[in-house]
Design a protein. Structure first.
Length: 133
């Protein structure tokens, strides 16, 4: 399980401690070189935000549960745009332009799959009936 650490860090940690599976609180970084690093406390993970969203948006086909509103999901995947940094033209950052919650949630699922052993870009969502986006 990967849970966003901000803005409710205590709540995120409480959730991670309460579940009966490995769980981490996640912090974003734009300056980190590695895709992710598990911190020494073994509770927190810092992930390169740009690399995470590049990975999510580079997945050629996402299979999601048919209970998810397809248009809303697609809208959230388009909720951020990649822009050149104003101070350093070699750096790009994702900037929020509309609702993006499901983009972040998909990013956490990708990150969990990387941390717990699936290094491919295959992201399997548990489902029986599916819609391909």
């Amino acid at each position: 399980l990967c849970a966003d650490a901000l803005p409710q860090t205590k709540l995120s940690r409480d959730i991670c401690e309460a579940v009966d599976c490995p769980a981490y609180t996640i912090y974003y970084s734009d300056s980190q070189k590695d895709f992710y690093n598990i911190k020494a406390n073994d509770l927190d993970v810092v992930v390169n935000r740009t690399q995470l969203f590049d990975t999510v948006l580079g997945i050629p086909k996402l299979v999601v549960d048919d209970k998810i509103n397809e248009q809303q999901y697609k809208g959230h995947l388009q909720g951020m745009v990649k822009q050149r940094d104003l101070e350093d033209e070699h750096i790009f950052r994702y900037v929020k332009v509309k609702d993006d919650h499901l983009l972040h949630a998909t990013g956490y699922a990708v990150l969990a799959s990387r941390i717990f052993g699936d290094s491919s870009n295959h992201l399997a969502m548990p489902t029986i009936e599916t819609t391909v986006i």
